[in-house]
Design a protein around this ligand. Structure first.
Ligand code: HEC
Length: 108
């Protein structure tokens, strides 16, 4: 079941990277992702992804054409960031990507 969900995300990620940079996600997806972000990510990455970027990765710089990297880092953790494999479903991570991927990739 979990594997199927991850595979579904992979397919979605491929679609997403193929799609044009803007208007890839619905407003609804981005909003859901934003709420999820506030619950699980903002304590480290900052509200609205705003942080100094000195000790915690500044997500506004995350490359929007690397959804697989996003999924891997969030699932498995990276450096001082814990793994979210148990806490979040692939769908939830996809919604987080909708938020980060639609706001990221910009110089702050
Ligand atoms: C406990 C603090 C903490 C929490 C909570 C946290 N992160 Fe992170 N995150 C970090 C740190 C520290 C890094 C830098 C890791 C490194 O490169 O060593 C990071 C890096 C990242 C990266 C960049 C990884 C890469 O490939 O370079 C992404 C994407 C990311 N976080 C997304 C998220 C998302 C989405 C959430 C919420 C589900 C989240 N983080 C929650 C601390 C956190």
């Amino acid at each position: 079941m979990k594997l199927a969900r991850v595979a579904a995300f992979g397919a979605a990620a491929a679609l997403v990277s193929a799609a044009h940079a803007q208007a890839r996600f619905s407003v609804d997806e981005i909003e859901h992702g934003h709420k999820q972000f506030d619950r699980t990510c903002a304590q480290c990455h900052g509200r609205n992804m705003v942080n100094s970027g000195t000790t915690v990765y500044d997500l506004r710089r995350f490359p929007v054409d690397q959804p697989e990297r996003f999924f891997n880092s969030v699932s498995n953790g990276k450096g001082n960031m814990p793994s979210f494999k148990e806490a979040l479903s692939a769908e939830q991570i996809y919604l987080l990507w909708a938020y980060v991927g639609s706001r990221g990739g910009k110089e702050p």
